[in-house]
Design a protein around this ligand. Structure first.
Ligand code: KIV
Length: 257
């Protein structure tokens, strides 16, 4: 098993795992110092390309962004999301995952789980491909947003599914928008770390979409804490540039040859 994967596994019950998304070299260079794991999330379809869903995202688009990310990330484990439709059948899934790993030099891949794709996790494990699972609100398979695990039946099903994903060989699981008690139960029952987004502080680690937490995406649901307001910071900088160009105050002598 890769050293970077072991490092993530060893953090369970010791300290919380710090994860964020990145779609480019410039952002991953900044995250490098702080993050244990960087995810090249398929959320880039919404954040960068303005798509309503992640469903139309091409494998090649993920590869292009992941190539940029791995240039800037040296220390963290880099995980790349497999886009919808790229892991429908075991043979095709393994082929596509190998392509991602080879072309981007990332460490692992992530898939969204549904009740029918456990065989895909098993196929990755058999091919020695490090795979991260994803349960709860899984945007590739669910049309409407809903917090999951709020009743006993949902809790039982999520727990059963999480255990099966662990048994199938995943090294970690993202819990997206899962109710606190259910997230706590899953985290306690699994040996592998759970990474929460909108799933309380009961998980082994946390992930947010970086553009959301930096106040750049314009998407701020309840579970996002805005750590900065880059939209405003950038707006102020562009406003200043606009003014100085129009008043012929930029460029000055020091910016000219
Ligand atoms: O695509 C993504 O950014 C994700 C995170 C929200 C976990 O899957």
């Amino acid at each position: 098993m890769k050293v970077k994967i072991k490092k993530i596994l060893n953090k369970k019950n010791k300290r919380k795992i710090v994860c964020l998304t990145s779609y480019s070299k410039s952002i991953s260079k900044i995250l490098d110092k702080y993050c244990d794991l960087i995810l090249v999330g398929d959320s880039l379809a919404n954040v960068l390309y303005g798509n309503k869903t992640t469903h139309e995202l091409k494998l090649q688009t993920m590869i292009n962004h992941a190539k940029s990310v791995t240039l800037g990330a040296k220390k963290p484990l880099v995980v790349v999301d497999m886009p919808k439709g790229s892991y429908t059948r075991p043979k095709q899934a393994v082929q596509n995952a190998k392509k991602i790993l080879k072309e981007t030099k990332c460490d692992a891949i992530k898939i969204e789980n549904n009740p029918h794709n456990l065989n895909i996790v098993k196929a990755f494990t058999k091919s020695k491909i490090n795979v991260m699972g994803h349960i709860g609100f899984t945007p590739q398979f669910k049309k409407k947003f809903k917090v999951e695990g709020k009743n006993k039946i949902e809790q039982k099903n999520l727990l059963k599914n999480a255990k099966k994903i662990e048994e199938a060989g995943a090294f970690s699981i993202v819990l997206e928008c899962i109710e606190k008690k259910t997230a706590q139960k899953i985290t306690k029952c699994l040996k592998i770390p759970t990474i929460g987004i909108g799933s309380s502080n009961m998980c082994d680690g946390q992930i947010l979409v970086t553009d959301d937490m930096l106040g750049l995406s314009g998407f701020y649901p309840k579970f996002v804490k805005k750590y900065a307001n880059l939209q405003k910071t950038i707006d102020n900088a562009i406003k200043q540039f606009d003014k100085e160009v129009k008043l012929n105050k930029f460029p000055q002598g020091k910016n000219s040859f």
